[in-house]
Design a protein around this ligand. Structure first.
Ligand SMILES: Nc1nc2c(ncn2[C@@H]2O[C@H](COP(=O)(O)OP(=O)(O)OP(=O)(O)O)[C@@H](O)[C@H]2O)c(=O)[nH]1
Ligand SMILES: [Mg+2]
Ligand SMILES: [Zn+2]
Length: 316
């Protein structure tokens, strides 16, 4: 039953949730190990939401001191100060609790990193409290188990070290210190739908930093994409430059594709193909039958022919 509808002030897309104050991007130090390109995708997505976010690296107790310090330095060079934590030995949880209280947070990250485990751990206090009244909200008797129950967690796969996609739904849960946390199913490929080829550069702290360091000169061209244009102040001398390049490529293809086919916005319309020498290449995901049957009726045939030609020329 819908009881009230609030004005939409903020919105995130993956998963679709409105009126969020804060995003918690969670990865694990081990099981599964952080994959730098996937982590970059999550960071780019978080930056593009225009909502404050925190990066937490869980399962810190499984990683050696050396690996922790390597990742701390590495992420610092990307422009981030992650919070290392462990749901298992409770380190870092007090700081996280502090950050989360009083806000509505959505937690995102790959499957198996411990999102639901963290939520259970943070909410375990209020479960003991019995559930008569939490944060001024009455616990309706028949809702009690859902509102207060634990989120299901499961071990990561022994073979792959990846999570098993345990959480299937998005659910909003009250925190004992006030505020809400939204548990979400783990996934690996944020869609980056709010990012355009022009705005991508702003989602990389390394580029922002190089541009502001060169004030007031900046890049010679206003529409510089920092791909080695003359007078560009952003060099290629930073670790994630290849990722910037790869994401730009992907977004360019998506934009061209969206422009031509209109109305394919929520489709996963880019996929990766491993090409020569193992270099990954983005290409539009064409679902020939499904896509064409609808489109041919609606779209001018010549537009589709153009698209085919362009793709052919580009070698797809
Ligand atoms: N060693 C260790 N294991 C942890 C820690 N936190 C969570 N786990 C374990 O990691 C596994 C996955 O935890 P979940 O909470 O289900 O992970 P999730 O991120 O919610 O996964 P999805 O729901 O699939 O997205 C479980 O076996 C947890 O017990 C931690 O700090 N250290
Ligand atoms: Mg979960
Ligand atoms: Zn530039």
């Amino acid at each position: 039953m819908i009881e009230d509808v609030f004005e939409r002030k903020t919105e995130i897309l993956d998963p679709p949730v409105a009126n969020v104050d804060h995003l918690l991007v969670m990865f694990a130090m081990e099981q599964p190990k952080p994959e730098p390109f996937t982590l970059t995708r999550f960071l780019v997505e978080a930056e593009s939401m225009e909502i404050p976010f925190t990066l937490a690296m869980n399962k810190a107790e499984l990683a050696g001191e050396e690996s922790l310090s390597e990742w701390r330095i590495r992420l610092h060079s990307w422009g981030y100060q992650p919070l290392f934590c462990s749901v298992d030995n409770k380190s870092g949880l007090a700081s996280l609790e502090d950050i989360l209280k009083g806000q509505t947070t959505v937690i995102v990250g790959p499957s198996g990193v411990g999102k639901s485990s963290l939520i259970n751990s943070l909410r375990s206090k209020q479960r003991i409290a019995g559930g008569k009244e939490i944060n001024g909200l009455h616990d309706h008797k028949n809702e009690g188990s859902k509102w207060l129950g634990e989120q299901r967690v499961d071990t990561v796969s022994k073979r792959s070290g990846q999570g098993k996609h345990t959480t299937r739904n998005v659910s909003l849960l009250p925190l004992s210190e006030g505020g809400y946390i939204c548990d979400t199913p783990g996934f690996n490929q944020p869609s980056l739908l709010k990012v355009t080829k022009r705005s991508l550069a702003d989602t990389f702290p390394e580029i922002r930093q190089r541009r502001s360091a060169s004030e007031p000169s900046r890049c010679s061209f206003n529409d510089c994409l920092h791909l080695g244009e003359p007078g560009c102040v952003v060099n290629a001398d930073w670790e994630r430059y290849p990722y910037y390049f790869q994401l730009l490529d992907e977004i360019k293809i998506r934009e061209a594709f969206q422009l031509r086919t209109r109305g394919t916005k929520r489709e996963q319309d880019v996929r990766y193909k491993v090409g020569e020498m193992g270099v990954k290449q983005a290409e539009p995901r064409l679902e020939p039958k499904k896509h064409r049957r609808v489109s041919r009726k609606q779209l001018n045939q010549s537009i589709l022919d153009d698209l085919d030609e362009d793709l052919e020329e580009a070698g797809y």
